[in-house]
Design a protein around this ligand. Structure first.
Ligand SMILES: [Ca+2]
Ligand SMILES: [Ca+2]
Ligand SMILES: [Ca+2]
Length: 241
């Protein structure tokens, strides 16, 4: 059995297996904000190393070493990339043996129910939420149903190497993620289906969504994949009325 085969809390002296709980959760709308990193405004090719601090979309973002399940740590770099496989949704962050943290509480305040697109293609990853001990794991799917730092996680796809989405259900002050062959994108706050704030979901909201068709505007990108398309239309219609 691989030493990385089970989801474990990192400690220097012991590895604590976590039970997997099957929890069905829905991600419901959130606040209209533009303060979650999508990387599209960060210069292409920008490269970050441990100790760097940046503020994509106003979010305090720092880089730290990655730590494996036995306590080894290392620090390579993260780079803003675009084009080609995998998981291309405009610009994204290639996380290559490094950890990246987003401190929402120190920026515009804690966020609720974030979504994040990811691509995982090998090695192991770390996650810490709200200052929790880092969890070391080898498949994003292992996070599905876990509660870390008081936030419950829901994974869509990504149960093997490939692209998926991670939903954070709860209040998020800060998140740290690390990976070896790992891509992060579309960290965002799910937007209300009532786009115009009229109090219901109707024709005016539909018109706004259709007007944004094919773009990456946030207000109509309900599933946070950085494109307004049929998936978002289906979500809007599901909330009709
Ligand atoms: Ca992006
Ligand atoms: Ca409306
Ligand atoms: Ca979308």
């Amino acid at each position: 059995m691989s030493r990385f085969s089970s989801l474990s809390l990192i400690t220097r002296s012991r590895i604590v297996p976590l039970a997997t709980a099957a929890v069905a959760l829905a991600c419901i709308g959130g606040e209209v904000r533009a303060d979650a990193p999508r990387w599209d405004d960060v210069p292409l090719g920008a490269t970050f190393v441990c100790g760097d601090t940046i503020t994509p979309n106003g979010v305090l973002t720092k880089f730290y070493p990655i730590i494996d399940c036995n306590g080894w740590s290392g620090c390579n770099s993260a780079q803003v990339v675009q084009g080609g496989a995998p998981c291309n949704v405009d610009r994204r962050l290639n996380v290559n043996n490094i950890a990246v943290s987003f401190d929402f509480a120190a920026s515009s305040g804690p966020e609720n129910n974030l979504l994040m697109a990811f691509g995982q293609f090998g090695g192991f990853m770390n996650i810490s939420i709200n200052g929790s001990p880092r969890v070391c794991f080898t498949q994003m799917g292992q996070l599905d149903g876990q509660t870390i730092g008081g936030v419950t996680l829901q994974v869509t796809n990504g149960f093997g190497n490939g692209c998926g989405a991670l939903a954070f259900v709860g209040t998020i002050n800060s998140v740290l993620l690390a990976g070896q062959e790992f891509w992060i994108d579309g960290v965002c706050v799910p937007q209300p289906r009532d786009i115009d704030g009229s109090g219901d979901v109707g024709a005016a909201d539909l018109a706004l969504l259709l007007n944004a068709w094919g773009t990456n505007v946030e207000y109509a990108d309900f599933n946070c994949d950085e494109i307004v398309n049929a998936a978002d239309l289906a979500i809007l219609l599901d909330s009709w009325g």
